[in-house]
Structure formats: structure tokens, C-alpha cells
Design a protein around this ligand. Structure first.
Ligand SMILES: [Zn+2]
Length: 280
């Protein structure tokens, strides 16, 4: 699944490559998919995309906003899979969930892996979509300050069970972070995924905040994670510290074996020595 850095990177690549292109023809998928969220019929989508020009793409959290001028915005959200720019005469993927061919015969295809929103809105109405409306501040915005982050934690303290993994990956508290990037952030902050946020003192809060910013920046700079591909089908350059390849191997810091647990809807990897479960 794409997380904030991959989405930021897509927006950049859309503006480098797709901005200004005119859509010759657009269509939704050639294969039904239960977990792709559309808000248009095939006919509507075809009619509304024809002749539109790609504007300046923006992103927020795990959402991409691609203006189709005049008057519409194509929205991709909470997605994973392959979102690809294809040169004229390239092979069309066997199955796809969205297809746009431009007047220069290059084309865009999106084949989702798990789920995702692929919706077309009248300009402005996309801001009212659930999860987009009232989205909290994301780590790439200048308002994501330590003071803001600390206030966010304070506002959650009544929830006795909230852990740092929950803070990073649940309820869109910090939009754009997901299960992949959270692992490395927690490893670098030396926090166990289950560590309760109620026990985060000022120093631990500060360290966690700094590692969120540093990790997000690093993944963006390296063009996304190595296990995702960009608009040109190139894998990102950020190699995760903790993922399935690290399980059972020595921790890169202390040499203890990296452990694996199921927790909060996903697999977590952590070092039992560097990331102790309680305050020490
Ligand atoms: Zn360790």
C-alpha cells in the first residue's frame, strides 16, 4: 500500500510527466474488483474525462488529487498496486481498474492490489469526501510542529490503551503513515509497538517526533520504499530496516534477534532489546 512518501512522489511525477496532457479517452476497469471504490458508472466516467486536460496534481496523506480541467478532479486514495505511465504502443496490463489514454497516445493505468478509491468529483466536491474532509495535519506540512504533535498526544490520553503503533497507524491521527513506515520510525525511536502513549515523557515524545519527520523525509528523498514502484515502474530506493526480511535476523544495532508479532491489524517487527515494552 502506498503511504505518504510514495504519494508525495507520485504527485511530483504526475506534474513532471502528465501535466498538460489531454485525455483522448478514459475508462474504468476491465475487471470488476470488490474493493475498488468508484463513484461513477463506466459511461459517466468516459463522458466526463474525454477532452479534459491534466492540471497540477496535489497530495495530502494517502490521497492524490489530479485536476481534470475544466471542472473535475480525479481522486486516488488509500491505494496500493501499480499506478503506471506507459509510453505509446506499450503493452496494456491484462487487468486494470482505471485507464486514461492521452492525445499523444501515451497512457496511464492503475491496477490495484488490495483496495482503493478511484473517484471523479466536480472540482471542490472532493474536499467533502469522507477521510479527506477534516483530515488532520500530515508530517510534511509546516504546521506539524512538536507542539502540535505533543498536543495531539495529550488529546488522546483518556484512551488508556492507545499504544505508539496505534498513534502512528490508526484512526488517521497522523494521516499518511502506515504499517510499513511505522516499523522503522518506532525502531529508530527505540519504542516497542505496544508502548503506551500515556508513558511517553517529553524526551520520548521529542525523539518520536524527530524520527517521524526524519523517516518520512528520507523515504521521500529516496523515491519511496523498495517494495513499491513509482509512476515509471521503478522501485523506490528506501530499503526498510524492519520488514519480513529482517525477522529472525540480528538487529542492526545490538545483534539480538528481530521478533515478529501480530498486532493492531498487521505484522510488527521489533528488536526486544532496543525496543523494550515498558519504560526503563
Ligand atoms: Zn537491537
Amino acid at each position: 500500500m502506498f503511504e505518504l512518501p510514495e504519494i508525495v512522489n507520485f504527485a511530483k511525477q504526475f506534474n513532471e510527466t502528465l501535466k498538460g496532457k489531454i485525455i483522448k479517452e478514459g475508462s474504468l476497469g476491465n475487471k470488476p474488483h470488490k474493493f475498488v471504490w468508484y463513484n461513477r458508472t463506466h459511461e459517466e466516467f468516459e463522458k466526463l474525462t474525454k477532452g479534459k486536460k491534466i492540471g497540477q496534481t496535489t497530495s495530502k496523506g494517502k490521497w492524490l488529487f489530479i485536476p481534470l480541467d475544466p471542472g473535475y478532479v480525479l481522486v486516488f486514495g488509500e491505494c496500493g498496486g501499480k499506478l503506471l505511465y506507459n509510453l505509446p504502443n506499450s503493452k496494456i496490463p491484462k487487468s486494470y481498474h482505471l485507464y486514461l489514454i492521452f492525445t499523444d497516445d501515451s497512457f496511464l493505468t492503475f491496477t490495484t492490489q488490495m483496495w482503493g478509491a478511484m473517484e471523479l468529483y466536480k472540482k471542490g466536491e472532493e474536499q467533502n469526501r469522507q477521510y479527506v474532509k477534516n483530515m488532520k495535519i500530515t508530517p510534511v506540512e509546516k504546521d506539524f510542529t512538536f507542539e502540535y504533535f505533543s498536543r495531539l498526544i495529550d488529546s488522546l490520553l483518556s484512551d488508556k490503551k492507545r499504544s505508539v503503533k496505534g498513534l502512528l497507524t490508526q484512526d488517521q491521527l497522523i494521516p499518511g503513515l502506515g504499517n510499513a513506515i511505522a516499523q522503522d520510525i518506532l525502531f529508530k525511536a527505540r519504542l516497542n509497538p505496544k508502548f503506551p502513549i500515556s508513558e511517553l515523557g517529553k524526551n520520548k515524545r521529542k525523539k518520536l517526533y524527530e524520527e517521524i519527520i526524519a523517516t518520512v523525509d528520507e523515504v521521500i528523498e529516496k523515491g519511496g520504499r523498495y517494495d513499491e514502484v513509482d509512476l515509471y515502474n521503478n522501485p523506490g530506493g528506501y530499503v526498510r530496516i524492519l520488514d519480513k526480511n529482517a525477522a529472525g535476523k540480528p538487529c542492526p544495532v545490538c545483534g539480538k534477534k528481530i521478533e515478529k508479532i501480530q498486532y493492531l491489524g498487521g505484522t510488527c517487527y521489533f528488536c526486544p532489546a532496543c525496543q523494550p515494552a515498558a519504560n526503563g
